[in-house]
Design a protein around this ligand. Sequence first.
Ligand code: C2O
Length: 586
Amino acid sequence: MLTSRLFQGDAVLQAIADDKDRMSRHRHALGQPTRKIQTALLTWRADALPKFGADGQYGNETAAAVLRFKTEELGVAPDDAIDDVGPRTVIRLDQIQAASETPPASAAFVRRDVWTLQSAAPWDPMTIAYAKAVRRMQARPASDPTSWAFQAAIHATFRAPAHPLWNGCQHASWFFLPWHRMYLFFFEKIVRAAVLADGGPADFALPYWNYDQPNPRNTLPLPFRESTLPDGTPNPLSLAPGLRDAGIAAGAQLRPEDTSSTAAMNSTVFTGPAGTTFGGPRSAAVIFDGGFGMLERQPHNAIHVVVGGPRPGTATDCTIAQMTEPRCAALDPIFWLHHANIDRLWNRWLDQGGGRANPSDAAWLGQRFSFADDTGSTVQLSVADVLDTAAQLRYVYDDRPAFTPPPPIVVPVRGGRTELIGATEEVVALTDRVTVPLAIPASNRSLFFDLAQGVSDVFLSVENIEADHNPGVVFDVLLNQPDKGSDARRHRVGSFTLFGIELMNDLDLDHEGAPGMRHTFDVGEIVSGLAALDLWNPDTITVTIEPVAPPAPPGEAQRSIEELVLSPVRVGRISLFAQERSDLVS
Ligand code: C2O
């Protein structure tokens, strides 16, 4: 059913949506339905029809605008696009039109940027309400599903025996985004009920922390650093020393390398091999299975580890570095603002168009997860229930209140044949900065030629990462960097952390595939960039992995990585492999 007021009830447009008719220069070229399509095209891009506007005639200008819509918005390859109007075009234009008709945020809760709420002062009514609700929930016994302890345990917990709703978090998985969306949705309901009980704002919605902004927004929000609330009572949002990284707790800035979501947002595919797509690889619905999606790896995992800070390998509880350990992370009240931001970025990603869409696989859409709601009863949602936050869950984000996601699509399988180009030969121990050579047999050199010709993509994979514990630092990965610090931008592949490694290697949890974490990065642009500068010689390829020291508290000297006793990390292999481009595979 078409839903915009403009399209609703139009028989021609409905028939096109049902794939029973089309519109082109030769069919339905004149009249109201054409004018409606043109009007929606103008809603999409104000400059779509510069000469004739919505004149009700399907001429060359309209045909060109439809082509542009198909390539830019639907992600159709330019060679495959035809300048007529079919079902996908009508349905997507209808959604865009409907979103523009809806008055912003009507009847919806608005999740706001926490730094905007605060403007100058450390406190604002929304964050005070959150703090008081946290306190109220913390006072409830762990057996109460609406308590702070129970809610955190739904994510993961050291507590035993475990309640059936506990240890449910979905990581290293294509369920990462929808599971955390559901988790936040019910948590927010519980918080809102507590806010209401305290006489707080009835429109309470969880704020988000967008750390990918300049100072001071890339520092821990002020209410999380104040020792008391404005009324002088203890502030549950600020934690005891040690529970967060000391530098972050004191207001140190996060690195742009850790806060940036650009790499993830640039991906146009939701699911595919680990590390190469926005939302993560297909996986079973068990805790920490498979490999990471790009948004999950960064900024998600990086923020966990940097905010939590290093965690000694001997720690077996939540008395230190909470955000670093999935079994403690949701005990830190900042966890929920971090995840609201990740959830917002999922909407923003879809909003960019270019063919970005959620998968239509039944295994994804139909997967159900259980949580507790604000009455303490067990509730279930399926992934298909949470794709449109405004319509299905009644909340929106302040940066794009009128947003409707495009319909799910069959996700194209990325890449054809995969070939190993070269790999390291020995296990690498990650203590301090290490640089290892990557041997490329002469027989594989031609693969770089394919790369240069655009025939294949090239990936770098850090494989079989093993550690008993996450050391709680970020590792930077660099390709062919001559020495520390030189031209980091040109050589930088990305970063990874070991967030969740304890759970990933737990053989009691029955995972598919072998244990051992892996992080894969698309290095096509770096390789061609280096080649263009004559800095790419297949005889002398090196990979550098460098642990990053946690940020120093403002005004203090930077700690060096050698001063930290990191729990040992080993990398089984680092490999470079080429993958044929899928669009060239017939
Ligand atoms: Cu399930 Cu950010 O963690």
